[in-house]
Design a protein around this ligand. Structure first.
Ligand SMILES: *Cc1c(COP(=O)(O)O)cnc(C)c1O
Length: 227
């Protein structure tokens, strides 16, 4: 299937659901991404700052870019002017820096941020515990931020084919979302996103309440990291 066909396939699959597709473009060249753009897609994700900045420069500017990989504080300034959403916020320190840089750029729209929660058992994966998330949301620093809009939570599940395990992790993230919603965002309609599910497990994630699936190889084919 062509990239256009793949985009249309996901459009069809997600029709009448509250879930949207983040097309993950890492390692793929501009021409490939342009095909998805030409098929009407406008929501793209990258996991590295440098690659994101390079691609953003070369593609139309009505794309909503989501950063989905770990973000170091010293790189925030490179994306703070244009980024739509940072899905991988995993510390208060990082959020402070995003707010500061967004203010320096005098952004008219806040930076949408999602709180990454660790749901997998692999220690290498970034993300906060729910206790850390609560401490962040209760902090005076967070309350003072004017350039941040928290839109939801994000999680990366264990790399496994074990359906039971995946369901358990997705279910846990949804419960975290529900808890945070009730405790901190009950009257705030902006807090609505649960980003979970990738090429191999998006159907399960959707069943467990995902509002944003992040699909790379399922649209663009397998990745060649040596390109
Ligand atoms: C690469 C990546 C994806 C997409 O992975 P696929 O298996 O190619 O769909 C999703 N989320 C994150 C955080 C990623 O880094």
């Amino acid at each position: 299937m062509s990239i256009k066909d793949n985009i249309l396939y996901f459009d069809e699959q997600l029709r009448n659901t509250p879930c949207r597709l983040v097309a993950v473009t890492k390692t793929h060249p501009i021409e490939t991404i342009q095909e998805a753009y030409n098929a009407g897609h406008r929501l793209f994700g990258e996991n590295k700052v440098q690659e994101l900045v390079d691609k953003r420069d070369k593609l139309p500017h009505d794309i909503a870019w989501h950063l989905i990989g770990h973000l170091q504080t010293n790189k925030v300034k490179q994306i703070a002017q244009f980024i739509d959403t940072i899905q991988s916020v995993d510390s208060l320190k990082l959020l402070v820096e995003i707010n500061k840089r967004a203010e320096q750029f005098n952004r008219t729209l806040p930076v949408k941020c999602m709180l990454q929660i660790s749901i997998a058992d692999e220690e290498t994966k970034y993300g906060m515990t729910t206790d850390e998330v609560e401490a962040l949301l209760q902090s005076e620093e967070y309350r003072q931020m004017k350039y941040i809009q928290i839109t939801g939570v994000m999680g990366i599940a264990t790399n496994t084919e074990n359906e039971q395990k995946l369901r358990g992790e997705f279910c846990y993230l949804r419960e975290c979302f529900d808890h945070l919603k009730e405790k901190f965002f009950i009257a705030n309609d902006d807090f609505k996103e649960i980003s979970m599910g990738m090429t191999s497990d998006w159907k399960l994630a959707l069943q467990e309440g995902s509002t944003m699936i992040r699909v790379g190889s399922g649209i663009f084919g397998s990745r060649n990291y040596n390109r």
